[in-house]
Design a protein around this ligand. Sequence first.
Ligand code: HEC
Ligand code: HEC
Length: 155
Amino acid sequence: MRKSLIVSLGLASIVSVSVAALDDQAIPDDALGLSKTSVFDIPDPGVFDYHEGDPGTNERLATSYHTAPPMIPHHINDMVPITRESNLCKDCHVQPDLLGVKLEPGMPVPAPRSHYVNVKRGQLYMGRYNCVQCHAPQAKVDVLVKSTFKQPGRN
Ligand code: HEC
Ligand code: HEC
């Protein structure tokens, strides 16, 4: 009886010592993610507005990496939702005649060859009809981690 009490006291102290050792190694809650706050906090992100520039009045934006879909530099108010039957983006961007033409400021960038089934006829590949699935409008917000990537050769 006595012997087993000593054994269990001994075991208990080993367990508590190792729990204390684990506590020392624990990563603090606010160092687990990219956020500066604890991962257990419920975030309350600020409200932001998308860029309000009309199409034709904006600089093209740098892409995030080679082959990334370029971001939309103008607003897309009243252009979404896009449906198979109604797609305002197409009216300005499906312009195969502009492919290879030097663009002046204010001219829409033609959707590239990869976006058509028949480039000559300007027949869009319908697997790409929902433009905003890949191209996103932008807003000025503070990013958690800044990217230093610059795509060579793009202005
Ligand atoms: C009224 C014409 C017009 C409409 C409608 C329009 N755009 Fe544009 N878009 C432009 C022009 C012009 C530019 C060149 C930048 C500028 O001056 O705003 C542009 C730029 C872009 C770019 C940047 C391309 C690059 O290579 O940097 C993307 C992507 C884009 N538009 C996607 C869209 C999508 C998606 C829609 C529909 C939700 C849309 N646009 C609707 C005229 C238009
Ligand atoms: C499945 C993703 C996807 C969809 C959907 C899509 N695009 Fe793109 N788009 C891309 C990618 C990726 C590029 C970069 C060039 C490339 O790799 O073809 C691009 C490039 C562009 C460019 C820039 C061309 C240049 O010379 O810089 C325009 C404009 C554009 N797309 C318009 C559109 C429009 C308008 C629609 C809808 C009708 C659309 N895209 C649908 C992925 C997509």
